[in-house]
Design a protein around this ligand. Structure first.
Ligand SMILES: [Fe+2]
Length: 184
C-alpha cells in the first residue's frame, strides 16, 4: 500500500500545477514538511503528505479535460483509498481537511482573509463557512484538532521553489503506519 500510494505521485498529474504556482507533488511535500517542523506525530505527517491524494486517483478526460473526481469530493475519495492500508489516525484528518477549512472560516476571523484566491473560490463550491451547529458537530470529531492543524499547513504549503525533503524520505514512515492486517 505504501509503495502504491507513493507511486501515485509518479503520475504526470502530480507534476502539473496544484492550483496556483506549484505542483501537486511540491504541495504535498511542503505540507508534510510543515507537519514535521511542527512536531506532528507520524500519522499526521502521513495525512499531511497524502491529504490531496484524491486528486491523483484519476486523470482528466482526454477529450473534455474534466476529471471524474471533482474537487468537492476529493477528500473522501482520498480517505477511502487510504483506508485500504491505513487507520483512522491517517484517514480521518484527510477526510476532514475540507471541512476544517469551512470550520476555520466560521470561527477564525483572520482565517478567511488569509486564503489564497483559489481557496476562496473552492470554499464557495465546498459549501461556505460552517453554521454554528455544523461547527459543534465538527468539534465533536476526535480528529477535529488534527484536521485543523493539517488545514493550516495545507494553506501554507503553496510556496514556489520552497526546499522540501524528497518523497522517498517518507517511505519508511508510511511503512510503519501501514496496518499489518491489511498488508497484501
Ligand atoms: Fe492541499
Amino acid at each position: 500500500m505504501s509503495a502504491d500510494v507513493l507511486s501515485l505521485f509518479d503520475r504526470s498529474l502530480a507534476r502539473t500545477r496544484y492550483s496556483e504556482s506549484i505542483t501537486q507533488l511540491d504541495h504535498a511535500l511542503q505540507c508534510a514538511g510543515l507537519a514535521v517542523e511542527a512536531g506532528a506525530d507520524d500519522a499526521l505527517v502521513a495525512a499531511a503528505l497524502l491529504h490531496d491524494i484524491g486528486h491523483l486517483l484519476t486523470v482528466p478526460d482526454a477529450v473534455t479535460g474534466h476529471r471524474p473526481i471533482d474537487d468537492r469530493v476529493h477528500e473522501s475519495v482520498g480517505a477511502v483509498h487510504l483506508s485500504r492500508g491505513f487507520g483512522a489516525e491517517v484517514t480521518r484528518p484527510v477526510a476532514l481537511h475540507v471541512a476544517a477549512k469551512r470550520y476555520l472560516c466560521a470561527v477564525d476571523d483572520g482565517y478567511a482573509a488569509s486564503l489564497s484566491p483559489a481557496s476562496v473560490h473552492s470554499l464557495a463550491l465546498q459549501g461556505g463557512p460552517m453554521t454554528p451547529s455544523q461547527c459543534a458537530a465538527f468539534r465533536s470529531d476526535p480528529a477535529a484538532e488534527a484536521a485543523v492543524a493539517l488545514r493550516r499547513w495545507d494553506d501554507l504549503a503553496k510556496v514556489p521553489g520552497a526546499e522540501v525533503a524528497p518523497l522517498e524520505s517518507y517511505a519508511a514512515l508510511l511503512d510503519r503506519l501501514e496496518r499489518p492486517a491489511r498488508r497484501r
